[in-house]
Design a protein around this ligand. Structure first.
Ligand code: PMP
Length: 438
């Protein structure tokens, strides 16, 4: 019998609860903006591994920083001793994140644990137990962060008691306008959700996993003002769209927000597990909340974080994300002339969504199988991307910020052909049966 493939071994030993597979791609390596699959074929990465591959793969800045740190300090715990990379990274994050007064940084390993930490410390420090977040939001996969999320993928999870989920106004499918959502919030405050019991609102400044939705102008600012009036803290979740991806260093800057807590993840470690919460010391120093993880702030991950933040500056990635992102989005938009299935192309910088519709007038989403087929065919043609959205109808493009102009053209040509081939029936339901996520 021939040797089983990596894909077969994966299916036989990696728990299904811990994997999302959008295509048959199996990874043996990565270089630059390409993934290398078993057999050696290179695939253009248009998903950035869902965020962490901000600098693509094997970026020399990350390799060097991690190599040096693993030789000198691997194993040291920030809980017990300060280490240079973690303290430097905290100093850097404080310098880069707008805010006033005494502030502190907490480190974790994932967006999920960072949002859990924020939730817990806010409840403890404010003495308030309720939270506000959004239908469609995704803040993580641990009990706390999952409990404040409103994603379809979580219909098997009970929401955390005391969480008020609001609709996130969607300019493309305006079922609830910004004004209506704010009015609903006012009504909740007057009736079942006394605002003085609410500790914080968790905000994605660009809703990512819920469908790459850019909020209507002024909505989040108005929400912030409503909340401030009642002493409700503002938590901005920058895990997926932060750190240059949106074309500004912080995505919340597009909205003019002044958050109390900012949550970072994914790109911060650029390949190593690393997340952070930045916030005022009156909250973050609330020691009884106790958010201790032995390996958080470990020097190897922190060294990667320092290298990632330095590289944003040295390679001008904020400007690059805005420029390459515009090129990419314009190219995808132009495909709309040939493909009726493209209802909307939106996003900021290199966080781009393509909303697929059955009919441009009704804007009815395509079935998830259609989205999956385009991704499958895209993979066959040599590009990796994924889908998001409560109806699984939005192609997500979150490539490394190091994507080149030539790679943009290559990616667009692949998406173009994938859409044409799917329309021509070249991918079957059976091909994608195992790639339907929800
Ligand atoms: N917050 C946001 C906005 C996210 O998109 C995600 C992951 N998609 C998370 C938090 C959770 O991050 P992680 O998977 O690293 O725990």
């Amino acid at each position: 019998m021939s040797n089983p493939s990596l894909r077969q071994r994966d299916a036989a030993c990696i728990a299904e609860i811990g994997r999302l597979r959008f295509s048959p791609l199996s990874l043996v390596g990565g270089r630059g903006n390409r993934l290398i699959e078993e057999g050696g074929r290179e695939v253009l990465d248009l998903s950035g591994s869902a965020g962490p591959a901000m600098l693509g793969y094997s970026h020399p800045a990350i390799v060097e920083a991690v190599e040096q740190s693993v030789r000198s300090m691997a194993g040291a715990s920030l809980l017990l001793y300060p280490n240079e990379p973690a303290v430097s990274l905290a100093e850097r994050l404080l310098a880069l994140t707008p805010g006033t007064g005494e502030r502190r940084v907490w480190f974790g390993h994932s967006g999920s644990d960072a949002n859990d930490c924020a939730l817990r410390v806010l409840a403890a420090a404010t003495g308030r137990s309720r939270f506000i977040s959004f239908i469609g939001s995704y803040h993580g996969n641990l009990s706390g962060s999952m409990g404040i999320s409103g994603h379809t993928a979580m219909t098997h999870t009970l929401p955390r008691p005391g969480v008020l989920l609001l609709p996130y106004p969607d300019p493309y499918r305006p079922r609830f306008s910004a004004e209506e959502v704010l009015s609903l919030l006012d009504y909740q405050f007057e009736t079942t959700c006394p605002p003085d019991q609410v500790a914080a609102v968790f905000i994605e400044p660009l809703m990512s996993d819920g469908g790459l939705i850019v909020p209507p102008p002024g909505f989040l600012k108005a929400l912030e003002a409503r909340c401030r009036r009642h002493g409700i803290r503002i938590v901005v979740d920058e895990v997926k769209v932060g750190l240059a991806r949106s074309g500004l260093l912080h995505c919340f800057q597009h909205e003019g927000l002044t958050p109390d807590l900012v949550v970072f993840g994914k790109a911060l470690g650029s390949g190593l597990p690393l997340s952070a919460v930045v916030g005022p010391s009156e909250i973050m120093d609330h020691a009884p909340a106790f958010a201790l993880l032995t390996t958080a702030g470990n020097p190897v991950a922190a060294a990667a974080g320092n290298a990632a933040l330095r590289t944003i500056e040295t390679e001008g990635l904020v400007e690059r994300s805005a420029r390459i992102g515009k090129l990419f989005a314009d190219g995808l938009r132009a495909l709309g002339d040939r493909h009726e299935i493209i209802g909307d192309v939106r996003g900021r910088g290199l966080a781009i969504g393509v909303d697929l519709v059955e009919d441009r007038t009704t804007r009815a989403p395509v079935p998830a199988t259609t989205t999956a087929k385009i991704i499958y065919r895209g993979y066959e043609l040599g590009a990796a991307f994924t889908y998001v959205g409560l109806k699984a109808n939005v192609l997500e493009f979150m490539p490394p910020l190091t994507l080149t102009e030539d790679e943009v053209a290559e990616g667009i040509a692949i998406v173009d052909r994938a859409m044409a081939d799917v329309a021509a029936g070249k991918v079957s339901d059976a091909d994608v049966a195992s790639f339907m996520m929800w």
